[in-house]
Structures are given as structure tokens and as C-alpha cells.
Design a protein around this ligand. Sequence first.
Ligand code: CS2
Length: 504
Amino acid sequence: FIDHSPMATLTQGAPQMLNNETLSTLPSSIATPDYDRSTVTPGIVHFGMGNFFRAHEAFYIDRCLAREDQRDWGIVGVELIDNDAMREKAAAYKRQNGLYSLTEVDSDGSSSVRVIGSVIDYMHAPENPEAVIKLLADPAIRIISMTITEGGYNIDENTGEFNLEHAGVKHDLANPQKPQTVFGLVIEALRRRRDAGVGPFTILSCDNLRHNGTVAKKAFTGFARAADAELAQWIEANVTFPNAMVDRITPAVTADAIKKLNAGSGLQDELPLLTETFIDWVLEDKFCAGRPDLAAVGARMTDDVTGYEQVKVRMLNASHTMLACPAVLLGYEFVHEAMQDRDLAALLENFLNLDVIPTLDAPADLDVQEYKRSVLNRFANPAMADQLLRIAGDTNSKIQVFWTDTFERNLKAGNDISRLAFGAAAWLEVLCGKNEKGESFETFEPTLTAEQRALAKSDDLAKGLELSAFDPFRAQINDAFRAAVVEARQAIRANGVKGALPKA
Ligand code: CS2
């Protein structure tokens, strides 16, 4: 991020390591856990220890733990990915006793640093799956939460069912005592809990999916049915899967960002994190084994999250994707940079005003115009330096969640499709991997094989529309849309993104 941001001001003195021993000696400018960490016991196991989780759920729980009657809601993080980087990360967590610093930056330029203490242990599942199952089966654990990405629920978009052909799933069904996936670990633990007469736990998805609880339920019960029909019935009758809307923009932490964050805080933190001051969590109050007092720390409990999640993914996340694809092609690096480009900012305004908002079912108490202004303002925050390549990654999964309703409704109604076709075209061009400066790049697309990715590179410019990104609204894809996408791709190639932008 940029050097004139306040957190880049150098703090005096030698940088401080971060662990339980050093906590009480940190500079007073850094907020530290206002509770004794040694009194915190585990109540939550979280799968997927990514940055978003660390800035969001772990932040809320850290606030909860300040209250003495909440100390049994500590979090144990579990990482499933088996590679050197993850093993190294697990070791860093151990060295720091699960502590890390979170720098919150506001669009007015102010910032503050807080050490988060709610992650009390960290397990790298591939090293010892049995230890993870044992923990999950412990009655103290009452919530399993997860951030495993939009595509991580392994739902086949064509059948709408859990995909039993997935290699990890097949492995886990054949080796229930040595599972590799979150599904195998959780279902084996639930089996042991049922057999031991220990009650169920809540399974809480924190991914940006519409009805993420319903999707999680489909995934976990889909796996369970294939493993053991009776157990699946017990799970359906006992385990709850609250739907939840989650929101906090959290950039990836580059090596450069680590240096700058530490220069700002005066810490020698191996796992520092940057986020915006904005935070939101709206949850259905369906916790079968109790829950922390999230409402007391700013989360919103509700009977129905449908409207909130719809507004969030269709306005914020959909705009992110709509902005990032053309911006990456133009060679921009950061979201705030793209927002300074008037043409791209206008594209977003028009997309939201003309395509999204008229087809939205927003909750009555939510002012969508105000929400729009807040989203655009958050995107424009220069201190975030959020990477466009982060946003442009996994678009094959994201389109299915973020764009489907907007595309489906506008295509059905026969409305103007120019911006939608342009967005789809821009993503397919992104998959071709070259920007207008002639630089090559490759976005991360975990749900696409090399052959599928090659469809975007075919001379037949309509081929890319065969990708599963478009499956959920495939029935609405007509000749006019196909032609508009091809035309937009030709225009991007011939005239550049600026020359291809839709008029209004
Ligand atoms: C982003 C999200 O990855 C994306 O596409 O839109 O990560 C976004 O930053 C969060 O959902 C904000 O809550």
C-alpha cells in the first residue's frame, strides 16, 4: 500500500516479537486482549484460517472474550491445505501462541492496531487428522465454523447435489478414520458424538454464498448420506446450519505489506493483517448447542438473512468482480486505483443503478442508495490497497453466486444486457492472461481444469460461455447474450477495454 498512510509512520525502538510473553510489554498505542488468555477455553473450531476469518469472526470473538462469562468460546483454527507454506504458517502460529496484529484503516486516513487473542490453538489437519476429530468430538466444542471459499462446498451446479466424485471426498468415504476434507473430519466427529451420547454442534458457514447455511447443510448431509444413512438422519434432525451474511474487505498480505504493517505497529509480527474499519455479520439465530453473545459485540441476529445476503453479494461482491476484470485488463493493480478511473467508476454506478438495484429484493429497513454509496466509498479507500488479482481470482465460482440473480432476472425480462455481456467478456479475456500493457498474469481458478480454462482461449469467442460459471443461469442464456459477449470480446481485443465499455 501507499507510503503516506498513517500506519507507515515508523515507531521508535526495536521491533517487538508477538507472543504470550511479550503481550504485556507492547507499546500502549496497540490494543491488546483485555482478558487473561490463559482462562480462555475452546468452544469453536474454525476451518480455513484465511485473512477474512482472522479479520472477521476472530475479531468478533476477541471482543466477546472480554466478558468473563464468554471465556469458553475460544477458537481453535484448523488448516486443511497440505503444502510447505501452510506448514510454515502453522509453525508461525505456534511461535506466536495464535496472536496476530490487525491494522484497521478508515477511508478518512485514520488507523489503529489491535492484537487479536481469540485463536487459542492452531492445528494442521494433514499432520494429524485424528487429533482434529478428537477435538471436534469433545463436548466443549459447540460450533464448527468455516471459510472454505464459495467453490469449497463441492456442490455440482448442474445437479445441485454434493459431488461424490471429488477425489478428496472419495478418499474420505473409503477411509473414514483418516479423512482429508472438512466433510470427512466433521462427519466422523458427529458419528462419534452421536455414539457417545454427546449432542450435536452448529455448523456455521462464513463464506459469501447465498443461503450459506443451506448450502453447508446440503454439502455435509450429502457426504453423510453417502457414508451412513442413519447418521445422516441424525444430523438432519439435530445439527443446525444458520444462514449468515458476512462482510469485511480484507486484502491479501504481501511480503511488502508485512514490512509496512510491522513498520507501522513497531511489532515483528509474522502474521500481521490489514482490514477496513467497516465490519458486519447478520446471522440467523439457529445455534443447536448455544452461541457466544455476538449481538453484544455488534453482530446482528435475525430470523431471516435472505434480504441482507442478497444485497451484500449482489451489490458489493458482484461490483468487485465487475470492476476487477476490466481493471486487471487495463493493467491496474489495486481496487482504489480502478475506482479513480472515471470510466470504471461509471461502469459500476450504471451496473448498480440499472442492472442490480431494480432487480433486488432489499429488506425494508435497508436504504440501497446509501448502501451503494458506502460500498463505493469502501472500494475507494487507498489505505486498503486491495489487490485486483485477489478479487479477479476464483471468478468461476464467484459469478455463480454474485451475478446469477442479476443476470437471470435481466435476461428473463429482456432488459439491456450490455453491461452484463461486457462483464462476462472481460472475465473471459482475463482468463486469456494478458493485460493491455502486454504483461502476462494468471488468475487463480481452483474450480477450473486446464482444459476448461482453454475454452476461454478458443478462437470461437462464444466457447467460454460453456464454463460452469454460467451454469446457474444457463437456461436464460440466449443468442442475443451470446452475440453480445462475443462482440464485447472482439471490441476489447480491437479497441481495448476503454473502447469497448458500454455506453451507459
Ligand atoms: C471479494 C470479497 O473476493 C471477493 O470477490 O468481493 O472477498 C470481499 O472483499 C468480501 O466479501 C467483503 O466482505
